[in-house]
Structures are given as C-alpha cells and as structure tokens.
Design a protein around this ligand. Structure first.
Ligand code: HEC
Ligand code: HEC
Ligand code: HEC
Ligand code: HEC
Ligand code: HEC
Ligand code: HEC
Ligand code: HEC
Ligand code: HEC
Length: 435
C-alpha cells in the first residue's frame, strides 16, 4: 500500500520535473518573440526591450497580436509630432529628443484601417458622447442630483459612470498627459485632442486588438447591460445565447472577415447580427446599419436619416432587409417573417398604447402646472421616466431579440403597473386641483 503511494508520488514529482524542463507554450511564444526583432528597427526594439521590464503585460499582449506578427509596433501607434499638445517627451528614456503619446486616437488606427474608421464615424456609436453635450437635464442629473453640486467630488458620478460607457472630451495637461478628470476611460465616443472620435479599443482590447474577441458577446457586455438596455441579459435569455453558452467555446472565432460563416458557429452573437460579414452581407463597423426602429427613444420611430446625430439615423426598410438576410442563413423565410411580425407588434403596442397614453397625461399635467419642479422626487415624473427609459426599453429590446423574460416580466408586466400608477396620480392631481 505504502509502496504504491510512493510510486504515484514519485511519478507526480517526476512529471512536474519534466514539465519544468520543457518550455511551456507561453514560454515558447515568448522565446519566438525574439525572432521578431528581425522586422523591427533599432528604435522599435528599444521601446520593446525597456517596456518588457517596465510593463511586461503590455508587451506580452502586443507580442500575441496580429500587429506584432505584421511588424506593427509601439512606435506606429505611440510616436507623435513633438509640436502636438498631447506629445509627451520621452527624451530621457530614449537618450535623444523623442516624443510619444499615451493617447492613441481612432485617427491613428485609421491611417491603416480607413474603412473601419469611416464606418464607425457614420454609426450611432460615433455620437455616444456628443449627444450628451447639449442636454441640460442630463447634466443636472449627474452634477446636481447625483454629484450634489459638490465642488470637489461632484464630478465622480460622471467620471466613474456615464463617461466609462459614453466617453468624454479628453483634455491634456501642459506636459501632454491626459488629465485625471478625463482619462483613463473605456467609453465609446471619446473626442480626442486631434479631433477624431471613438474608441477602437472598446470591442478589441489593447494591446491584443483581436478579431476573435470582438466577435464574442462579452465584447459588448460592459456597456449593453442593466435596467435600461439589458442586451447581454436579453441575449442570454434567447435561444441563441443558450447555444452560445453551451458550446461557444468550441466554435471557430478567428476566420478572416467575410469568411466567418455559419458552420464556424451554430448561433449568432451580437457581432454576427449587427456587424459581421455573413452570406451576401459585407462586414461593417456601422452598428446602426441593420436596424429598423429606434428602440432607445421614448417612442420608437422608423429610421430614416443620414445625420449621425439624429435619433433616427439609418434607413429602416433597408436595415430590416439586411437583418433578415442574416436570419436567412440559418432560418426559413416564414420563420423570419413570423419573428419580426411578433416583435413589431410588441413595439407598436408600447408606442401606440403605453407611451401615447402616458405622454398625453404628462402633457396635460404639465400644461395645468401640476408637475413638481424636481423630476426626481415627483412620483408622476419618476414613474413616467421608468416607463419609457427602463421597462419600455426592456420590453422592446426583449421582443426584438427573442427574450421572453424581458419582453414579459421585466417588460410589459411592469409597464401595466406603471400605467395604472400614472393614471391614479393623474386623476388624483386633477381632482385636487379641481380641474
Ligand atoms: C529606457 C526605458 C524606456 C524606453 C527605451 C521607452 N520607454 Fe516608454 N516608458 C518608460 C517608463 C519608465 C515609463 C513610465 C512608466 C510608468 O509611469 O509606469 C514609460 C511610459 C511610456 C508610455 C506611457 C506614457 C506615460 O508617461 O505614462 C508610453 C505610451 C510609452 N512609454 C511608449 C514608449 C515608446 C513608443 C517607446 C519607443 C519609442 C518607449 N516608450 C521607449 C520607459 C521607457
Ligand atoms: C495598434 C496600436 C498600438 C500599438 C502597436 C501599441 N499601442 Fe499602446 N496603446 C494603444 C491604445 C489604443 C492605447 C489606449 C490609449 C487611449 O486611451 O487613448 C494604448 C495605451 C498604452 C499605454 C497606456 C495605457 C496603460 O494601460 O497603461 C502604454 C504604457 C502603452 N500603450 C505602451 C505601449 C507599448 C510599450 C507598446 C509596444 C510594445 C504599445 N503600446 C503598442 C495602441 C497601441
Ligand atoms: C501601421 C499600420 C497599423 C496601425 C496604425 C494599426 N493597425 Fe491594426 N493592423 C495592421 C496590420 C498590418 C494588421 C494585420 C492584417 C492582417 O493580418 O491581415 C492589423 C490587424 C488589426 C486587427 C485584426 C486582428 C485579428 O485578430 O485579425 C485589428 C482588430 C486591428 N488591427 C485594430 C487596430 C486598432 C484598434 C488600431 C489603433 C489602436 C490599429 N489597428 C492600428 C496595421 C495597423
Ligand atoms: C453601462 C454603460 C452606460 C452608462 C453608465 C450610461 N449609459 Fe447611456 N447608454 C448606454 C447604451 C449602451 C445606450 C444605447 C441603448 C440602446 O441603443 O438601446 C445608451 C443610451 C443613452 C442615451 C440615448 C442615446 C442618444 O443618442 O441620445 C442617452 C441620452 C444616454 N445614454 C445618456 C447617459 C447619461 C447622461 C449617463 C449618465 C448619467 C449614461 N447614459 C450612463 C450605456 C450607458
Ligand atoms: C464602451 C461601451 C460600448 C460597447 C463596448 C458597445 N457599445 Fe453599443 N452603444 C454604446 C452607447 C453609449 C450607445 C448609445 C449611442 C448613442 O446613441 O448615443 C450604443 C449604441 C448601440 C446601438 C444602437 C445605435 C443607434 O444608432 O441607435 C447598437 C445596435 C449597438 N450599440 C451595438 C453594439 C454591439 C453589437 C457591440 C459589441 C460588438 C457594442 N454595441 C459595444 C456603448 C457601447
Ligand atoms: C462595437 C465594437 C467594435 C468597435 C468599436 C470597433 N470594432 Fe473593429 N471589429 C469589431 C468586430 C465584431 C469585428 C469582426 C467583424 C466581422 O466578423 O466581420 C472587427 C474587426 C476589425 C478589424 C479586422 C478587419 C479585417 O478585415 O480583418 C479591424 C482592422 C478593426 N476591426 C479595426 C477597428 C478600428 C480601427 C476601430 C475604430 C475606428 C474599431 N475596429 C472599432 C468590433 C468593433
Ligand atoms: C439574432 C440577431 C441578434 C443578436 C444575436 C443580437 N441582436 Fe441586437 N438587435 C437585433 C434586432 C433584430 C434588433 C431590432 C432591430 C430593428 O429595429 O428592427 C436589435 C436591436 C438592438 C439594439 C437596439 C438599438 C436601438 O435602436 O436602440 C441594441 C442596442 C442591440 N440590438 C445590441 C445588441 C447586443 C449588445 C447584442 C449582444 C449582447 C445583440 N444586440 C444581439 C438582432 C440581434
Ligand atoms: C448561425 C445561425 C443562426 C442565425 C444567423 C440566426 N439564428 Fe436563430 N436560431 C439558430 C439556432 C441553431 C436556433 C435553435 C433552434 C432550435 O431551437 O432547435 C435558433 C433559434 C431561434 C429562435 C427560437 C425559436 C426557434 O425556432 O427555436 C428564434 C426566434 C430565432 N432563432 C430568430 C432568429 C432571428 C430573428 C435571426 C436574425 C435576426 C436569427 N435567428 C439568426 C441559428 C441562427
């Protein structure tokens, strides 16, 4: 018995010893990195060899990226003209006058990826920060109500909240470093000091910049979640999400653009429906392109505008055709038609019954001076807000993306509760005012 034990033990020790002698896969990759020096200039090698000690995590991610394999290095993205406001001097580190930048804007990526940048600039993602700028009520919510107008800490709700999803206008200090009020942030619609807009790292994180990563639903999930746009939860509730969770780890994720097709995967992800090339459709970085409705607005209209700042950005009928083409790669025509007939009916019920009735009461109370000044303590206005911004969006997103729990329990069930409550408050206020 004891002898048997010892045997197993020594076997385990032996195999640990062997595996310690044989380089692991990670070590092999790291060693292979050394050969890449052949493609890189002396300056580029200098960045890498010093940063290998200073920030090994960054260098490792870069080494495992397509960029390193193609000879695109630190310099290509971080070198800047010394005259730029966002130039940081790296003279001491480089041993000669040399300017780098922490910030790497979409304009920099666009030098080599012009199509992706152009498409992004024509998408709803482009306006993620810009649309907040003119909205006084939103600034009041963040600074006055949430930030309590505090002179020192008042900016925190924006800096740790809105800005991390929507982005901000990034400012730099006199040494070219981005300010702590505006950076770091992972928001979608940043305005960079060079004037360009966006955040190319939002869906393929630095410094791997990986196509496979951006195709997975998790790439969208840090922003598209929660009570007001629970898209990742909606996806998980859908049959597609279910299949992804059961077997997605076995799918092929890194096929080239326009060659990633059903067969590599069995069910679509966010990217498949909203972005990827599939069947006859080309890949696009314009996530608005395949949409019919606007589902975030108070009331959903059909998209019909070229203006990137318009809530109705897009071409609804054309978007619907493209989305149906996605479905047709795996479903029959009747299945797809039936699905959209069900979904559109739900959106119209919300629009033409719930929102319309609530808005009519809101307008009348407003006209008669029966709404409180502070919308965040006035029960009617608070409930009205939840009706369109939370439950109304959940019902619509749930219905259009195949998630019964969101269409029903988190959606229409709560909507009827809201509407009954609004009716009660409305009647009470009219009665009290004798109007
Ligand atoms: C001799 C070492 C050395 C060399 C060579 C070097 N760096 Fe750095 N770099 C540093 C150090 C140290 C920091 C500061 C790190 C910190 O604050 O944690 C830094 C910071 C940075 C930053 C962030 C900016 C900041 O100030 O926080 C970037 C971007 C950067 N380096 C890029 C480069 C590029 C591109 C090259 C090649 C052109 C390069 N570095 C060469 C040592 C070096
Ligand atoms: C393909 C472009 C690209 C390449 C190549 C690249 N970077 Fe970056 N780097 C970025 C982007 C994008 C950011 C995020 C900056 C921002 O927020 O605007 C960044 C941020 C950084 C930062 C600051 C952020 C942090 O997490 O501390 C450092 C330091 C940095 N890079 C160093 C390097 C080094 C060293 C290399 C070479 C091994 C390198 N980068 C190669 C695009 C690149
Ligand atoms: C100097 C040119 C250059 C710059 C600047 C550049 N890239 Fe690239 N990028 C390339 C090349 C070359 C490839 C590899 C193409 C290939 O493999 O066919 C690539 C590939 C990619 C891929 C596909 C990776 C994969 O897994 O297939 C992504 C995503 C990407 N880049 C994003 C970015 C982002 C984001 C930026 C800016 C932060 C950027 N690139 C800046 C040249 C560049
Ligand atoms: C967790 C990430 C996240 C946070 C935090 C967040 N948003 Fe959003 N916001 C989104 C997403 C995602 C959408 C798009 C929803 C859709 O398309 O249905 C959106 C939509 C919007 C819209 C409607 C779009 C438009 O063009 O007008 C406004 C306005 C908005 N958010 C403002 C804000 C403000 C102000 C804050 C902070 C008080 C904030 N958001 C916090 C992710 C976020
Ligand atoms: C960093 C946060 C973030 C990530 C990551 C993100 N989004 Fe968004 N998304 C937003 C914000 C913010 C908006 C609202 C933009 C607006 O209208 O102002 C939005 C809007 C949208 C819209 C509606 C656009 C319109 O015209 O109304 C779609 C569709 C969308 N995102 C899909 C995706 C998909 C698919 C992914 C992943 C591949 C993704 N998003 C990743 C933040 C994000
Ligand atoms: C909303 C998420 C998202 C954002 C933001 C985003 N990408 Fe992508 N990117 C993707 C997805 C998803 C794919 C894969 C598309 C496919 O499957 O056809 C991709 C693919 C790519 C590729 C590979 C293209 C090829 O032909 O191999 C490049 C390069 C790229 N993106 C660059 C960028 C640049 C540059 C930006 C900023 C302007 C950017 N991306 C912003 C999600 C995003
Ligand atoms: C099976 C395809 C499919 C998948 C998978 C999918 N969507 Fe959608 N998405 C749709 C359809 C269809 C609509 C409604 C389009 C319309 O208006 O007709 C939609 C609408 C949206 C909207 C609403 C845009 C607006 O107008 O407010 C957002 C945001 C969104 N999707 C994000 C996501 C995210 C994030 C994921 C993954 C977590 C995802 N979608 C997964 C098909 C899909
Ligand atoms: C890559 C293939 C693929 C694409 C693309 C795709 N689906 Fe599916 N879908 C599936 C699979 C597989 C199932 C599970 C079928 C089952 O339950 O046996 C499914 C299930 C569904 C279901 C659940 C009901 C049912 O019949 O099981 C609906 C609804 C649905 N899909 C709608 C859509 C819509 C709408 C689109 C386009 C916006 C779409 N699908 C795109 C593969 C796909």
């Amino acid at each position: 018995m004891l002898a048997k034990h010892l045997n197993i033990r020594s076997l385990i020790f032996f195999s640990i010893f062997i595996s310690w002698c044989i380089p692991t896969q990670a070590e092999q990759k790291a060693n292979a990195g050394l050969f890449m020096k052949r493609n890189l200039s002396a300056v580029e090698q200098k960045c890498i060899s010093c940063h290998e000690d200073i920030s090994p995590g960054i260098v490792a991610d870069w080494k495992n990226s397509r960029h390193s394999h193609s000879g695109v290095s630190c310099l290509d993205c971080h070198q800047v003209d010394s005259g730029a406001d966002w130039a940081i001097d790296h003279n001491e580190q480089m041993g000669e006058p040399f300017s780098i930048s922490t910030l790497v804007s979409p304009k920099v990526c666009g030098r080599c990826h012009a199509n992706e940048k152009d498409e992004f600039d024509r998408s709803g993602h482009f306006r993620s920060y810009r649309q907040i700028i003119p909205k006084d009520s939103l600034h009041a919510l963040v600074n006055k109500h949430e930030g309590r107008n505090h002179p020192e800490f008042g900016g925190a709700p924006n800096e740790t909240g809105c800005m991390q999803c929507h982005g901000t206008k990034i400012e730099v200090d006199e040494n070219g470093h981005p300010t702590v009020e505006t950076w770091p942030n992972m928001g979608m619609g940043n305005i960079y000091p060079d004037g360009s807009t966006g955040n190319c790292g939002a869906c393929h994180t630095r410094h791997k910049f990986d196509i496979a990563e951006s195709r997975k639903p998790e790439a969208c999930a840090n922003c598209h979640l929660g009570p007001d746009h629970p898209d990742i939860e909606v996806y998980e509730n859908s049959k597609h999400g279910l299949i992804y969770h059961m077997e997605g780890h076995e799918w092929k994720w890194d096929s080239p653009t326009d060659a990633w097709e059903p067969g590599d995967y069995r069910a679509p992800t966010c990217a498949t429906c909203h972005m990827s090339g599939i069947g006859p459709l080309a890949s696009t970085h314009n996530i608005t392109r395949r949409l019919y409705w606007n589902l975030w607005a108070k009331s959903s209209g059909v998209r019909n505008s070229d203006d990137v700042l318009s809530p109705l950005l897009g071409d609804g009928p054309k978007g619907r055709e493209e989305m149906k083409t996605v479905c047709h790669q795996c479903h029959s025509t009747k299945h797809t038609e039936g699905f959209f007939a069900q979904g559109d009916k739900a959106v119209r019920l919300y629009n033409e019954v719930y929102y319309k009735e609530a808005k009519a009461m809101y307008d009348e109370l407003k006209e008669k001076g029966l709404l409180g000044d502070n919308p965040w303590i006035d029960e009617f206005q608070k409930t009205f807000y939840y009706l369109w911004h939370h439950q109304g969006r959940r019902a619509r997103h749930g219905a259009m993306m195949g998630a019964p729990d969101y269409a029903h329990w988190h959606g229409f069930f709560e909507l009827q509760q809201d509407l009954y409550k609004l009716e009660e408050i409305y009647k009470e206020r009219l009665k009290k005012a004798g109007k």
